[in-house]
Design a protein around this ligand. Structure first.
Ligand code: APR
Length: 231
């Protein structure tokens, strides 16, 4: 299918959709200069994690047109549920409302002693690791490390949004990491029209209804602005 007609089909699917659920991965932030993980140029291939996955590494990142288009979608369809695997906070910075951060946020600090989680956007932090103002113990990044559980309730909320979606957009994720990677399939099994926006086929590429092959920052603005008004 040619790019234009695929874009038209995506616009038609979204126009008037009562419920749209969006899953984003690191590819949605790639055009903000935030490295992906498994791409040829991904984080796991080329740089030391401590060199980039730090507040300083993310501080310079700004929302790109993909983030802004997803925020704008909220004014054009019935209800948007945005689920992200990203920890960079760029969806919120672009103006998206409710964002389910499946893997936490780099801008949250969680105390290893009392468990209190606080948002902290200071760059750099006055001391590393920072100490909890309440109990004095070390604070760690409020992100989900491999082998850890997701934030309580996040997966349930994401799964419900996938099941209830009329249209499900999978944006910039290889869909290789469970359980987030299974959300597009859950949505499709529940009857959603699933659109993948990614220059490369993801692990669920054979299961989507429509694939838009290209950068999210270029493709999303091409159809979101013309999505018909909410029913
Ligand atoms: N627009 C859209 N998609 C893009 C772009 C872009 N500009 N650039 C790259 N991509 C796609 C790649 O083709 C790839 O499919 O983004 C995807 C990035 O995949 P990964 O690097 O695996 O990142 P992600 O799917 O977000 O990883 C999920 O794995 O390492 C853990 O916790 C980490 O949240 C992360 C999770």
């Amino acid at each position: 299918m040619s790019g234009a007609s695929a874009i038209d089909r995506a616009r038609e699917a979204l126009s008037g959709a009562p419920r749209v659920t969006v899953l984003t991965g690191s590819g949605a932030s790639a055009e903000s200069g935030v490295p992906t993980f498994r791409d040829a140029a991904g984080l796991w291939q080329q740089v030391q994690l401590e060199d980039v996955a730090t507040p300083e590494g993310f501080a310079a990142a700004e929302p790109n047109p993909a983030h802004r288009a997803l925020a704008a979608l909220e004014d054009r369809v019935g209800q948007v549920s945005l689920i992200t695997q990203n920890v960079d906070g760029l969806h919120q910075a672009a103006g998206s409302g409710r964002v389910v951060e499946l893997h936490g946020s780099l801008w949250d600090l969680r105390c290893t002693g009392c468990g209190t989680t606080r948002s902290d956007h200071r760059v750099p932090l006055p001391e590393v690791p920072p100490r909890c103002p309440a109990c004095g113990e070390w604070q760690r990044p409020g992100v989900v490390w491999f082998g850890e559980g997701l934030p309580p309730g996040a997966l349930e909320e994401a799964a419900q949004a996938a099941r209830e979606a009329d249209v499900f957009l999978s944006v910039g994720t290889a869909a290789e990491v469970a359980p987030a990677g299974s959300l597009p399939l859950l949505a499709r099994q529940a009857g959603a029209f699933v659109v993948e926006i990614n220059p490369q086929p993801s692990a669920v590429a054979d299961e989507v209804d429509l694939a838009l092959r290209g950068p999210a920052g270029e493709l999303l603005p091409r159809f979101v602005a013309e999505v018909g008004p909410a029913r």
